[in-house]
Design a protein around this ligand. Structure first.
Ligand SMILES: Cc1cc2nc3c(=O)[nH]c(=O)nc-3n(C[C@H](O)[C@H](O)[C@H](O)COP(=O)(O)O)c2cc1C
Length: 353
């Protein structure tokens, strides 16, 4: 039995979270990871209100086990998502930038476990003061938007600074990492990239192949993609963008924002509201700000349409070490046996010395 207090409350068999990933952590993947024994988070931050509510219903139809939802508290429809989470008795929510105290209080009063993700100590302290029940800390190795402190350093810094249970994310892929995180004082691990690279992940095969083929040196951070530090695979598209001038980025962003408007049927006002909310507090050039509106289209090119060379592939550095696509059941079994092997090695090594 590999279990911790926090995950007993969450109701999963293993202290492992499958994190939210836009267009990846779909009902299909969340049900697969949750049914296999992890705690899955459904990614709703890129969904319209109606899409979000339907995705919750779809996941409820695919699993009887508890799961969580991830959304931005500033996104259009956030208030309705909060109400629906409470109505459907969803076990937990995760969020990151611009948390809203009123929503957190409402969710907590209804018994929903609030687990924000943070990338800096000051954000961990703020999240605790706003009422979080636990934290996921994401170190700089992690995929998608990421901070600059490596997981091992951020974890020990946050553990010293807050009283909440802390789950470690950024660079994990196996049971050895789980054992190390728990030895460090974490309540479990959270993994994005590893779950994205599974059989049940909805990412098209051509894109999964591109992830399998890359090494850690090709997975780097740029601010040129959407104005925030974003860890991505440096493919043809991102490498060119990283070298591009601001005016060139601005023109491309304008064209793509128009495409995005058509694609999602969202009103231009909603798009503006959403990305200005997202960027609150960050200093950005106009070109970078426009790129925030541009990014969904480019991510979908790789992650939904299956054209990896022309799209953006958010990725943890750990993808460079992952060379297989197991099912979620196989992955969880492997984590269990590696954890036991790590515990055995720990005792043996101590004994030898
Ligand atoms: C493909 C991909 C998409 C992601 N999308 C989101 C997202 O929409 N919202 C979010 O909060 N985090 C997102 N992330 C970050 C993950 O939720 C998670 O924190 C991160 O992947 C952990 O690091 P790891 O990749 O080393 O496991 C994404 C990560 C990846 C790899």
């Amino acid at each position: 039995m590999i279990q911790t207090e926090l995950f007993k409350r969450l109701g999963s068999e293993l202290p492992v979270i499958q994190t939210a990933m836009g267009w990846v952590a779909t009902p299909q993947l969340v049900a697969a990871s949750t049914n296999a024994g992890a705690f899955g988070f459904l990614a709703l931050a890129t969904s319209s209100k109606q899409e979000a509510l339907s995705a919750i219903d779809e996941t409820l139809a695919l699993t009887n086990k508890p799961f969580g939802v991830n959304f931005h508290m500033f996104q259009p429809g956030a208030a309705e998502i909060v109400d629906y989470v409470i109505q459907k008795k969803i076990r937990a929510v995760s969020y990151s930038r611009s948390p809203v105290a009123e929503y957190i209080l409402k969710l907590k009063n209804a018994g929903v476990i609030c687990i924000p993700t943070v990338g800096e100590v000051k954000h961990a302290i703020k999240a605790e003061s706003l009422g979080a029940d636990a934290l996921v800390i994401q170190g700089s190795e992690g995929g998608g938007h990421t901070g600059s402190t490596p997981t091992s350093l951020l974890l020990s810094e946050v553990l010293k600074s807050v009283k909440l249970p802390v789950v470690a994310a950024g660079g994990f892929r196996d049971g050895f990492g789980l054992a190390a995180a728990i030895a460090w004082g974490a309540s479990g691990i959270a993994m994005g990239t590893r779950f994205m690279m599974t059989k049940e992940s909805p990412v098209p095969d051509a894109t999964k192949e591109a992830y399998l083929a890359c090494d850690t040196s090709q997975i780097r951070v740029t601010k040129k993609f959407d104005g925030l530090p974003h860890r991505l695979i440096f493919n043809e598209y991102i490498s060119a963008l990283d070298k591009a001038s601001s005016p060139k980025i601005f023109i491309q962003a304008l064209i793509s924002s128009w495409k995005y408007k058509q694609l999602s049927n969202a009103s231009f006002r909603d798009i503006l509201k959403s990305f200005f909310g997202m960027l609150k507090g960050d200093e950005l050039t106009i070109a970078q700000t426009m790129m925030a509106a541009n990014s969904p289209i480019i991510i979908q090119k790789a992650m939904v349409e299956g054209v990896p060379s022309k799209g953006a592939m958010p990725s943890g550095q750990v993808a460079g070490l992952i060379k297989d696509l197991p099912s979620c059941v196989e992955l969880i079994e492997q984590i269990r046996s590696e954890f036991n092997e790590a515990s055995r090695k720990f005792k043996e090594n101590l004994h030898e010395s």
